[in-house]
Structure formats: C-alpha cells, structure tokens
Design a protein around this ligand. Structure first.
Ligand SMILES: Nc1ncnc2c1ncn2[C@@H]1O[C@H](COP(=O)(O)OP(=O)(O)O)[C@@H](O)[C@H]1O
Ligand SMILES: [Mg+2]
Length: 335
C-alpha cells in the first residue's frame, strides 16, 4: 500500500512530523466522504482525515472540501462542552482540506452501528448519545459566536436537505409538497449548533461514553435535524436486526428522554414536535432518497417504511415517540 505522500508533506509542513520521520500509514475503511488514515507517529498514532470532492455513494453527490473546516470547528466547540465526546484536534490544514485528531482504538471503542447490527441495543448507550446531543444544542443555543462560525447554509442544503428531503420529493410526487415544506422549515430554524450526521456509523462507544465523529455537515440551524436523523436509525435498524426490535424501541425511548432532559433550558420548546415532523420525511428518504440504507433491500421492507412514513407525513405526530410506537405496531401486525 503506497503511503499518502501529500498528507505526510502537509504534516511535515505543519511540524506534526519531524523531517526524517517515515511513519507507518494504514488506510481506515468505513468513510464515504474522505480519505482516512491511521498514521503512527513517534509520539503515538493519530488519525488523519482528508475531505474528498466527490462522495463514495451510488448517486452522484458533490460537496466542497471546505466542509472539513466546519468539522474541525465543531469538534473544537464540543470539546468545551463535553470533552470526552470528541477526538482532540491536533492539526488542521485548511489549504489541503485535512486535519489530524487523536486516534481512538477500535478494540475499546467500537462503532455503534456495528453493535446495533449485531443486535447489541443497549439503552444506556442511546441515553448517553441523547444527553450529549442535548447538552451541545443547549450550550450552543446561547453562544453568540456560533451563528457566524457555522454560517453553513449552502453546504447543509447541498449534502443534507437536497439529497434526503428534496430528492425524495422528486421521486414521491404524492408527498412532495410536504417534503419540500419540511426542508423549508428546517432551513429557517436558526437555533443551535447542528452536527448534521448523527448516525450510529459516526459514533464510537468508548470506555468514557460515546465519541462523535464526522461533523462535516456542522451548521447553525435546527437541532431537530440531529435528533430526527439519529432516531431514524433506531427505526431502520429494526429491519436489519429484527430479533433486537425491543432493544431498538428501548433505545429510541431512552435517547428521546435523555435529550429532552438535557434540553429543559433551551428556549425553543418545539424541538420534539419538529423532530417528529422531520422524522417522517427522513424515514422515507432512507428508502427513496439519494442515500438509501444499504441493508434495506427486500421490497416488502421498503414498503413497510413507505407505509409508515406516509402515514406520518400526511397525519403528522407531535412527538417522535408516537412514530416509534406506530412503527413497532405496524411491524408487529405485518411481520
Ligand atoms: N479519530 C479516529 N480514531 C479512530 N478511527 C477513526 C477516527 N476517525 C474516524 N475513524 C474511523 O474512520 C471511519 C470513517 O470516519 P468518518 O469521520 O465518519 O469519515 P467519513 O466522513 O468518510 O464518513 C469511522 O467510522 C472510524 O471507523
Ligand atoms: Mg462517517
């Protein structure tokens, strides 16, 4: 495997690598939007992430590499709110769109998605995720630096609202108006710092609790997006590891409850309601949008999602728990 010379040059220029140092480099898999390497410096391993201009997904999907600076800024902001919930950023080179952070050992910090796939659905993990997310949203909702630092409407539109909600609207004319309305509502709520990709594949479950990665979509906007995006996975996982359905339901409930407990001080009291509205759209998007869940392949499973998503798009629920219960009731009746 050839070494990533341009990354090593950037690290050398930044003084992270000493001039004569020739470290071992190991590519890490699992990402879709970046080259990610473990680089073994004399001082220990670091993880280097470099944003790609074109994402590695089936549909054509481009995003500017400057999004990487928002990821670094998100990690630095969260470090001050929940220090154990993010890697430490060691070096950032905006010119080449790369940064280095602490390397987190996968042996002691597995990817949450892998645990869920294996049916390990622990409500404590979900509760910890909801608590951290709620604390980030609460703290950043009153931080005067956040709006200008994360003025990222364009990227958020390009890599979140368009591929999920608007692309789904194109493909599902019967609910297109509602999906476009959800995109507009989300874009117009300027409340707190949003991570933008709170998916189990971007969360490691470490010894000190969850560690959030991959904040490329960080945006000052609607926190309901993060909560809905994450809860969506706990609905979808029911089709991947059916035997763990009761666990996924308990995780959904635990995450929602801990998020609400951590956001009692946020002025915006309509986050759960907007989350429920958005969740219906994002649920459909994972079957009919530009980034479908790779593990939902059976037509019958896709139809289950379409049915329940449409039900809640046309008759919106006021709380995400209602969608969770509606989904589980549907599965219990139809499978
Ligand atoms: N700091 C880190 N320490 C160890 N592994 C990491 C670290 N950052 C990322 N990874 C690994 O790389 C994978 C992809 O990282 P991520 O930031 O999600 O990239 P992408 O934007 O391409 O999805 C993660 O799932 C994880 O396995
Ligand atoms: Mg990722």
């Amino acid at each position: 495997m050839p070494k990533p010379d341009d990354i090593l040059d950037a690290l050398r220029a930044g003084g992270v690598l000493t001039p004569g140092e020739d470290p071992d480099c190991t590519p890490l898999t699992g990402g879709v939007s970046s080259d990610i390497w473990r680089i073994d410096l004399a001082s220990g391993p670091v993880c280097v992430k470099r944003a790609l201009a074109k994402l590695k997904v089936a549909d054509d999907w481009h995003a500017p590499v400057s999004r990487n600076a928002f990821e670094v800024a998100w990690m630095q902001t969260v470090r001050a709110i929940a220090p154990s919930a993010v890697p430490d950023v060691i070096f950032h080179d905006p010119e080449t769109g790369l940064f280095a952070m602490t390397y987190i050992e996968p042996e002691t910090a597995p990817v949450w998605k892998t645990l869920l796939r294996d049916g390990v659905a622990e409500p404590e993990n979900a509760a910890a995720v909801g608590d951290i997310l709620g604390r980030i949203h609460t703290a950043t909702s009153t931080d005067p630096d956040i709006p200008a630092r994360f003025d990222n409407d364009e990227i958020f539109h390009a890599i979140r609202l368009e591929p999920y909600l608007l692309a789904t609207a194109e493909r599902c004319p019967d609910v297109a108006d509602r999906l476009r309305e959800l995109a507009d509502i989300t874009a117009s709520n300027k409340v707190a710092l949003v991570h933008g990709d709170v998916s189990p594949k971007n969360i490691l479950i470490g010894p000190d609790g969850p560690v959030f990665l991959d904040a490329e979509c960080a945006w000052f906007g609607d926190p309901a997006f993060d909560l809905a995006f994450c809860l969506n996975h706990l609905l979808l996982k029911c089709l991947w590891a059916p035997s763990a359905r009761p666990g996924f339901k308990a995780c959904f409930e635990a995450l929602t409850a801990s998020y609400e407990a951590a956001t009692t001080d946020i002025a915006d009291r309509a986050i759960p309601k907007r989350t429920a509205h958005l969740l219906a759209g994002l649920f459909l998007a994972r079957v009919d949008g530009k980034s479908p869940a790779e593990y939902i392949t059976a037509d019958a499973d896709k139809e289950h999602v379409r049915t329940v998503a449409r039900e809640f798009l046309t008759n919106p629920a006021d709380h995400p728990i209602d969608i969770c219960h509606g989904w589980h009731a549907h599965l219990n009746k139809n499978q």
